[in-house]
Design a protein around this ligand. Structure first.
Ligand code: SF4
Length: 240
């Protein structure tokens, strides 16, 4: 069977299983961030929280930012240490805070406002290019905003997602640049399924497919995963 057919079969398994079997790691619907209704600026800031983080972690961090700071201008002028507290529990909270401040600073210096709604009217490609030009914006953030706010076909990938997708065989081992990995996934995943694919794989990556000691025996994708590992049985003690 060709590699592309194998990948398509595996992709169908991932999408069929959906979120079944994943741990209960999202907030109740009434408390969760309503991602689909976020304006463009908030969607970008949510993406800062969501990269290499689960939906639960991202929702909490985003809500902390909104509750602890009066507005995005206060976030821009606050100490990195204070911002990092809102990102507590996430990977690289200080680096995230520095990038968020750099993004808000650049936005403020170029537009003297925090309104990004015009971006949606520029058309998807021009809007994505404009975002890419900002140093603090990663490939993940551009793809996230393209997927959720600009109506484009994009599959955001972060480091934890890539680790899991390579183990599953949905991404070739030799691909190492995030834009190349994203482009290969955008050929594979249908546009109508890209948000579902993003959420499912990122949750499997963070809940089971850990860097060290992946929890394969509990993973909902274990039956279809060529990298599934069974931990060795404890050695039986010799009778004296
Ligand atoms: S079975 Fe193991 S290696 Fe494969 S996706 Fe699940 S946790 Fe990762």
């Amino acid at each position: 069977m060709s590699s592309i057919v194998n990948k398509q079969k595996l992709l169908n398994q991932v999408l069929d299983k959906g979120l079944v079997g994943l741990l209960d790691t999202t907030l109740p619907e009434t408390e969760a961030v309503d991602i689909d209704s976020l304006p463009v600026l908030e969607q970008i800031i949510y993406a800062f929280c969501r990269e290499d983080a689960s939906p639960l972690q991202a929702d909490r961090a985003f809500q902390q930012l909104q509750e602890r700071f009066f507005d995005w201008n206060e976030v821009r002028v606050s100490a990195i240490r204070e911002l990092a507290e809102a990102f507590e529990g996430l990977h690289q909270p200080y680096e995230r805070s520095e990038r968020l401040v750099a993004f808000l600073q650049e936005l403020f210096e170029t537009t003297f406002s925090y309104d990004m709604e015009l971006l949606q009217k520029k058309g998807m490609k021009i809007a994505a290019k404009q975002l890419e030009r900002q140093q603090a914006i990663t490939d993940f953030i551009v793809a996230w905003v393209t997927q959720r706010s600009l109506g484009g076909h994009a599959v955001p990938v972060d480091n934890s997602t890539v680790r899991c997708l390579k183990r599953l065989g949905l991404v070739d081992q030799e691909l190492d640049k995030l834009p190349d990995i994203r482009a290969s996934l955008e050929h594979l995943v249908p546009k109508a399924k890209n948000a579902e694919f993003t959420d499912t794989v990122s949750r499997v990556a963070l809940e089971f497919c850990h860097d060290k000691a992946p929890a394969c025996t509990a993973c909902p994708l274990a039956a279809d995963c060529p990298s599934m590992r069974i931990p060795p049985l404890p050695r039986a003690r010799k009778a004296k």
